[in-house]
Design a protein around this ligand. Structure first.
Ligand SMILES: [Zn+2]
Length: 492
């Protein structure tokens, strides 16, 4: 009998992401009700968003403008003719029995997003991958079912019904969990930069539903896909996809079949569970919305919106490297948010040493922000104050080490650096006489080390410098200490 060697099948994952972004309008998509998050249940409703019979929806112009703006930033074609449709389904949070969405004629199509893949992947740092955007369309959100409290009852809150959403559907171009997370983060950055969405996943302003399937490497056809829901953080996206990847691979290796379905991410058990069999589009019986006229988008409107596009993260990154001569890594960190990028530029304007500013922001400032849970927009240290601190290092008033202590206090108290330095007597000791006194004390206290130094153990210089600095409580000018120590030790 011929021996047969079988190599285990390698699987490749194929992922497409559906993202629902809540557009940052003050009022809902088809009525004047407020979209503010966190109000008492059902206080932000009217006959239109409650779905009463006989009411007529009217499109909020701001929704259209924001959708066009996003479409342009995602390199989409903006359809000159577009239409709303009814997506029919029954659910308690949808009183009218259909959601107004777009189906066969979406507003935006055929775009793309470029993402920088994480370092290490494919052995390349900062490799750029282009992920296609299949479509982006406007729709209304549904309400929310609340299963809270001690009573054995569920409640429906319709404050969210009619809140505008932009559904952004990627092409199935994503091939790894890392790519999916990078795509999502990049997309969120863009939406926040555009000021069309606050990007808050926890509050549901950005929701992500991965479609995920596996296929043997080399196979052209896609495998059966599973849709994941109920994911409200980047970490959960990663965990849910990793779990699902393992689950599907196990099923396939055991000769099983993947069932097309929608699965929920269970954050406590860290597993995905079946929610329902996946519907196909025809299950929704889409038909054109008769209460809204078709949308005709004049080219002038598109051009008008195009003029309002801000500099997006990728171009800002390139400009930072070019204009300020900082490393790509610094530019990437500094452009993660519009506010941080703005802060950096404001600092450089008053203190034109970009790399020094970048270092202080990336280490000291970001650490304090993280520890205190604050945002840069909360303004804990205004740019001119940071610049003031850096100037005090430059002119020798304080040492770099003391500056870090001053920085922490500035952050904690909101006071200017000059005041803190003066009050706490942190001014650097540059006076040669004073430093010499400290050096004499140190040398007297360490006769053995002094002797070893004299016999050629020159690395002990660092030890003496450290001792002098300690004695001065970090206030001695390190350059001067070095210089004077060498002179003194040389004398003997
Ligand atoms: Zn309303």
């Amino acid at each position: 009998m011929p021996t047969q060697t079988t190599t285990p099948t390698q699987y490749e994952m194929v992922v497409g992401l559906e993202v629902h972004a809540q557009l940052k309008t003050a009022s809902k998509i088809f009525c004047g009700c407020s979209t503010k998050f966190g109000a008492a249940p059902n206080t932000q409703t009217c006959p239109i968003c409650l779905g009463m019979p006989g009411v007529l929806p009217v499109l909020n112009r701001r929704v259209l403008e924001m959708a066009v703006k996003t479409g342009l930033a995602l390199h989409c074609q903006i359809s000159p003719y577009s239409r709303f449709s009814r997506k029919n389904y029954f659910y308690p949070d949808l009183p009218k029995g259909y959601q107004i969405s777009q189906y066969e004629l979406p507003l935006c199509e055929h775009g793309y997003l470029e993402v920088a893949l994480p370092a290490g992947q494919a052995g390349v740092n900062g490799q750029i991958k282009r992920i296609g955007i299949h479509r982006a369309h406007m729709e209304e959100d549904a309400g929310k079912n609340l299963h809270e409290g001690l009573e054995a009852a569920s409640h429906v809150d319709l404050n969210r019904a009619g809140v505008p959403l932009l559904e952004i559907v990627s092409e199935p171009d994503i091939r790894s969990v890392d790519e999916a997370v990078a795509y999502l983060k990049t997309l969120r950055d863009i939406l926040v930069y555009l000021d069309v969405c606050d990007g808050n996943m926890e509050e549901g302003s950005l929701r992500c539903e991965p479609n995920l399937s596996l296929r043997p490497v080399g196979q052209k056809e896609f495998g059966t896909r599973v849709e994941l829901k109920n994911i409200n953080s980047f970490r959960f996206v990663q965990k849910a996809m990793e779990y699902e990847l393992r689950r599907q691979e196990k099923v396939l290796r055991e000769g099983g079949r993947i069932v097309q379905e929608t699965r929920l991410w269970n954050t406590e058990k860290e597993i995905t569970v079946v929610m329902r069999g996946k519907e196909e589009a025809h299950d929704y019986r889409y038909f054109p919305e008769p209460d809204l006229v078709p949308l005709i988008i004049p080219q002038e409107l598109i051009e008008e919106v195009r003029k309002t596009l801000p500099e997006l993260p990728d171009s800002k990154r390139e400009r930072f490297v070019r204009e300020y001569g900082i490393p790509v890594y610094d530019a990437e960190v500094l452009t993660t948010s519009k506010d941080l990028a703005h802060y950096f530029e404001a600092c450089v304007e008053v203190y034109p040493q970009p790399k020094t500013v970048s270092n202080w922001i990336m280490t000291e400032l970001l650490r304090e922000l993280k520890n205190s849970g604050q945002e840069i927009a909360d303004g804990p240290i205004p740019p001119d104050r940071l610049a003031g601190l850096l100037k005090m290092i430059d002119n020798g008033t304080i040492s770099g080490k003391i500056a870090k202590t001053v920085f922490e206090e500035m952050y904690r108290t909101g006071r200017p650096p000059e005041e803190i330095v003066k009050e706490r007597g942190l001014v650097q000791i540059s006076d040669e006489g004073a430093i010499e006194t400290l050096i004499d004390e140190v040398l007297q206290a360490h006769p053995d080390e002094r002797e070893s130094y004299r016999q050629g153990k020159s690395q002990l210089l660092g030890f003496f410098v450290g001792q002098v600095m300690k004695r001065s409580q970090g206030k001695a000018n390190p350059g001067k200490v070095n210089e004077l120590l060498k002179r003194k030790l040389g004398e003997t």
